[in-house]
Design a binder for this molecule. Structure first.
Ligand code: HEM
Length: 461
């Protein structure tokens, strides 16, 4: 069955989708890495160190092979700005992600380009409009309040595990409107199979027992489950995101077909999956340190001052210090460590001629720690974001934790709202700490977090 959405594309042709990745980058300095693996092992061990090594040895544009995919690592805000803003429509997100995400999330919002993307994104925006956000907030407040009520007083409280479970359950409520723990567990397993087995698989063939095959089974389960809900969702007035999205219509007045809806929903769940979990965990890692307890208290004061059981939508914009804490965490530990693109025609990046069909690994991690932009860049210092200092204003692409340009994160406000509601429930009730000599290794992939899942001591206030 063909999708109902027919977008009148102005693209001259789509032949670039048939082209193979360009492998001729020998004129650009960089590495080749190991056969089959490229630099995957150093990437898993310490992505930030890998990026810094590339910049020091080769400069801001360098050859990098991840798995079998050769491309260019791009780190400088000037080059990132050119790539993300993409004035010449020369950067394909679809082809950039084809090899890594395509088999699982092809057709999702980040995996479509240009006019088609623009048309779909316009429709998609409706699920993040103010009225819809009010509805999500109505679900968030009680579920987060209820979720933390039994956390009690504990030592060795692994914050990452707890917040991950809590936000996963909430995702089922808010995105899908399902309140069925068994289904939620199965969905969560399907996601783990896709993201931690399928996407990570080195051998990408559907051979029973191999990781890739498990990922594909997860995808089939997810798609079948989502599809089974569509008809009922179109009949009901649910506040959840899926209930809103299935009722959206294209410019011809038709519902989106299942073939269009399914990858959009799957990618949205993927985009939301664990990004806020990672952000809150890393924020707590900083606030738990004895030297940052004054920041923990300032954050608590923001919510105590509101003196409310539930956060209202109108409160969100006023929580400036809270937002600065979240941004500061994302600057140091962006949950999406690189965004991929592929060039359509020859271009210039950082002074190098870059041929057509070249894969680009665009990373926010170097720009987020550049000492020319950020004072004392490795220090957690939320006030650098305030009006007085405004360090982020030195370059509009110095902070790109949410990406930039046409594909900039569509769930950014949702993520901030969810983090604020959690903090509003948690901070006035609890204080938390780690020992003064606690200094965990912080991994970057598959998501940034302390490798020991952040064991905290939490106390009721
Ligand atoms: C702290 C939380 C989050 C971070 C750091 C984050 C980061 C990003 C980044 C960097 C991109 C750009 C990808 C690219 O240019 O290739 C992106 C896109 C996207 N994000 Fe997020 N994200 C977060 C939360 C969310 C949430 C909660 C949702 C859903 C509710 C979401 C849904 C999406 C979608 C659908 C896209 C694709 C947008 C497009 O291509 O037009 N994200 N996100």
């Amino acid at each position: 069955m063909m999708p109902h959405v027919e977008v009148k594309s102005t693209e001259a042709n789509n032949s670039y989708k048939q082209q193979l990745d360009n492998k001729d980058l020998s004129h650009i300095p960089g590495t080749k890495g190991w056969p089959l693996l490229g630099e995957v092992i150093p990437l898993i061990r310490d992505f930030n160190a890998l990026v810094n090594r590339h910049v020091e040895q080769y400069g801001h544009v360098s050859r990098l092979k991840m798995g079998i995919q050769l491309g260019l690592l791009v780190t400088h805000p000037d080059d990132l700005q050119k790539i993300y803003l993409d004035k010449d429509k020369n950067m394909s997100s679809e082809m950039g992600y084809q090899e890594t995400l395509g088999r699982f999330y092809g057709g999702g919002l980040a995996l479509i380009d240009f006019d088609v993307h623009k048309a779909h994104r316009r429709i998609f925006q409706n699920v993040f409009k103010t009225q819809a956000m009010h509805g999500y907030l109505e679900i968030m407040n009680p579920t987060l309040k209820d979720g933390i009520k039994d956390w009690g007083e504990k030592t060795n409280f692994h914050f990452f595990d707890e917040i991950q479970g809590l936000l996963l359950n909430q995702a089922c409520d808010i995105f899908l409107g399902i309140d069925d723990p068994i289904a939620a567990k199965k969905l969560s397993q399907a996601f783990l199979d896709i993201n931690e087995k399928g996407l990570m698989a080195i051998i990408r063939a559907e051979v029973p027992g191999l990781a890739f095959s498990k990922g594909m089974s997860g995808k089939r389960f997810l798609y079948d489950y989502l599809q089974s809900l569509f008809a009922e969702k179109r009949q009901n007035e649910g506040l959840d995101l899926m209930s809103i999205l299935v009722k959206e219509r294209d410019e011809d007045g038709n519902y989106w077909s299942d073939e269009v809806l399914l990858p959009h929903l799957a990618f949205l769940l993927f985009g939301a999956h664990d990004t806020t979990t990672s952000t809150l965990t890393n924020l707590f890692m900083y606030l738990a340190r004895p030297e940052n307890h004054h920041l923990q208290q300032r954050l608590r004061d923001c919510f105590v001052a509101l003196d409310k059981d539930n956060l209202d939508y109108e409160d969100l914009a006023d929580l400036k210090f809270v937002e600065h804490c979240l941004l500061e965490t994302l600057r140091l530990h962006p949950p999406v460590p690189f965004n991929m693109r592929r060039t359509l025609t020859q271009t210039t990046i950082g002074g190098f001629t870059v041929p057509a069909n070249t894969v680009l690994y665009n990373t926010p991690v170097w720009a987020g720690r550049d000492p020319d932009t950020w004072t004392d860049p490795l220090t957690f210092d939320p006030d650098r974001w305030g009006d007085e200092r405004g360090e982020q204003k030195k370059h509009s692409f110095a902070f790109i934790g949410f990406g930039g340009g046409a594909h900039k994160c569509i769930g950014m406000h949702f993520a901030f709202m969810q983090a604020k509601v959690f903090l509003h429930q948690f901070m006035p009730q609890y204080s938390f700490s780690t020992p003064s000599d606690y200094s965990p290794k912080v991994q970057v992939v598959p998501m940034p977090k302390p490798v020991d899942n952040l064991p905290l001591t939490i106390k009721r206030i």
